[in-house]
Design a protein. Structure first.
Length: 538
């Protein structure tokens, strides 16, 4: 572990000396401290997602659908997991501190963005594309580091970067408070006191510092920690550039026009339903092979797990609610449905660009996974057209901070974050193409069950009102994905391969985990509808 910490300390010094940090504390350039903090608006996705990182992917506390658990409290491994989990328990609270400073700094008024603009900025904008890529990559590091000795190194690296940043923003916060009398708790001393720069509390460091690692543990820990530093170093450089450009532009008006404004109308085409029987278990076919219609006998247990899961989802009650024939009630249900799925839907392109694919595929099966992934996530932008047609922005009237709370903090959307975590975990926890394939199948099948219900309701409402609802009515993107020929990869049929019992059991388990998270999400949605958690829209 001493060798690992030596590498981390070297990188800690390099990060501390980053140009972003130097710029933040430069008092001679005439830039107000609150303007320099604008860099954080290009980091908001990560800041708010940091809560989920700690709850689901850093902490070992058991969560449904995740391979976790602190282990026995008496064994050394269990104590190390407990120490990491305790620190994560503190860090998961910091997003709320950011929200308080967001309002103190007047960023709601500064931006003035509507809810759909916030969603677009976070999940769809080109300007934040690389942040989404880096956030996905950092999440993968945590998931890959299941061993607490290795995870300690990754967390230590990220904590070192955080401490370096907050040591410098503290000076900005002090200057801001001196001039305005307003305290900044996220950017100032309050948060810094909780950002020790280390992975665990001081009294737990002894559990790790004297560890004798195997060569494999040592190399893995160093590799993952260095990659974390590299990703945050990249992000710091990018945020410095973006913040300085925004200051040069005089604020966010130009950024809003270019990067926060979503589409309001989209080209779309009706689904080709010819030859498809809705009574079939599998959803309608794509223009490429995907569904495991003829699964090998060794994979039948996975198919049966999916069938059981589908039956459980259908019993959740959400499909019954969608049967309404009342147009006004239907409009309210569609607004709520769109709100609840917005973050997941708009984030789908990121999943299929950066999470599912192999960075360097070296087998036909890995290339096949990548080619399937290229075909998905192409309808997400249509959601913004439905959002506009349903008048959700006007009905909500939310400032930016309230939309951020809805996505990342509201109790009513916690089950949606649970689902994101389960899917992320099962994708990142394996490099086996068969398991990645079944993760996609499980997710697509379970969400299709609900989408068919909302689609029927949306078509009734569309016909009665004339509203344009391309996403909810399941219309297709008319633009085709152009892939270079790869006949060998295209010939791969994952479901026809013989697999061993352990792989089949693991595939069945991940399908059940995803389906259960989706079922719970639907139950919570039913509760929210009945309890009118969001009366603004329904």
């Amino acid at each position: 572990m001493e060798k690992v910490m030596g590498v981390i300390e070297e990188w800690r010094r390099r990060i501390d000396d980053h140009p972003l940090h130097k710029w933040l504390v430069d008092e001679d350039d005439g830039v107000e401290p609150e303007q320099k903090l604008w860099f954080a608006l290009y980091f908001t996705n990560f800041i708010m997602y940091f809560r989920e990182l700690n709850i689901y992917h850093i902490s070992y506390e058991a969560r449904p659908g995740l391979i976790s658990g602190t282990g026995g409290h008496g064994d050394a491994d269990g104590l190390r997991k407990k120490a990491i989990s305790a620190h994560a328990g503190e860090d998961m609270t910091h997003s709320r501190l950011f929200m308080r400073d967001f309002r103190t700094l007047g960023w709601d008024e500064l931006l003035g963005w509507r809810p759909s603009e916030v969603l677009h900025w976070l999940f769809s904008s080109e300007v934040n594309e690389q942040l989404r890529r880096r956030t996905t990559a950092i999440t993968k590091l945590y998931v890959e580091a299941a061993d607490p000795a290795v995870k300690y190194a990754v967390v230590e690296a990220v904590e070192a970067c955080g401490h370096g940043l907050f040591r410098h923003t503290c000076r900005l916060a002090d200057r801001y408070t001196e001039r305005t009398g307003k305290e900044l708790i996220y950017w100032g001393q309050f948060h810094l006191a909780r950002e020790t720069g280390h992975a665990v509390e001081e009294y737990d460091e002894g559990e790790f510092e004297g560890l004798e690692l195997t060569p494999e543990q040592r190399e893995t820990a160093i590799g993952l920690a260095v990659r974390a530093f590299e990703l945050i170093d990249e992000q710091n450089s990018h945020m410095l550039q973006l913040a300085q450009e925004t200051i040069s532009q005089g604020g966010f008006a130009e950024r809003r026009r270019l990067h926060a404004a979503p589409v309001t109308t989209v080209p779309a085409k009706e689904r080709d339903m010819a030859g498809w029987d809705r009574s079939q278990f599998w959803p309608e076919p794509y223009e490429f092979h995907f569904w495991p219609v003829n699964a090998h006998p060794s994979q039948q247990p996975v198919v049966e797990a999916l069938r059981r899961s589908d039956r459980a989802v259908r019993k959740s009650g959400i499909l019954d609610l969608l049967q309404t024939q009342d147009v006004e009630e239907g409009l309210g249900l569609l607004r709520l449905a769109l709100m609840f799925i917005a973050a997941d839907t708009c984030g789908t392109p990121t999943v299929y660009r950066y999470m599912v694919p192999y960075a360097y595929p070296n087998t036909p099966e890995e290339r096949a996974v990548n080619r399937i992934a290229r075909q998905f996530g192409r309808r997400a932008h249509m959601l913004y057209a439905d959002w506009e047609s349903l008048g959700i922005n006007e009905r909500l009237g939310w400032p930016v901070s309230r939309t951020l709370e809805f996505v990342y903090l509201d109790a009513a959307t916690e089950s949606h974050r649970d689902l994101r975590a389960v899917v992320t975990h099962h994708i990142d926890a394996t490099t086996d193409p068969i398991l990645r394939y079944w993760t996609m199948v499980g997710l697509k099948k379970m969400t299709a069950t609900y989408a068919d219900g909302t689609g029927d309701l949306a078509r009734r409402v569309e016909a009665a009102t004339g509203l344009d609802l391309p996403y909810l009515t399941l219309k297709q993107n008319p633009d085709k994905v152009v892939l270079e020929p790869d006949p060998v990869a295209d010939a791969v049929r994952f479901e026809e391969q013989e697999i061993d019992a352990a792989t089949a059991a693991r595939a069945a388990a991940l399908v059940e985990d995803i389906a259960e998270a989706i079922r719970v999400r639907y139950l919570k949605m039913v509760d929210s509808i009945r309890e009118r958690h969001y009366p603004e829209v329904a």
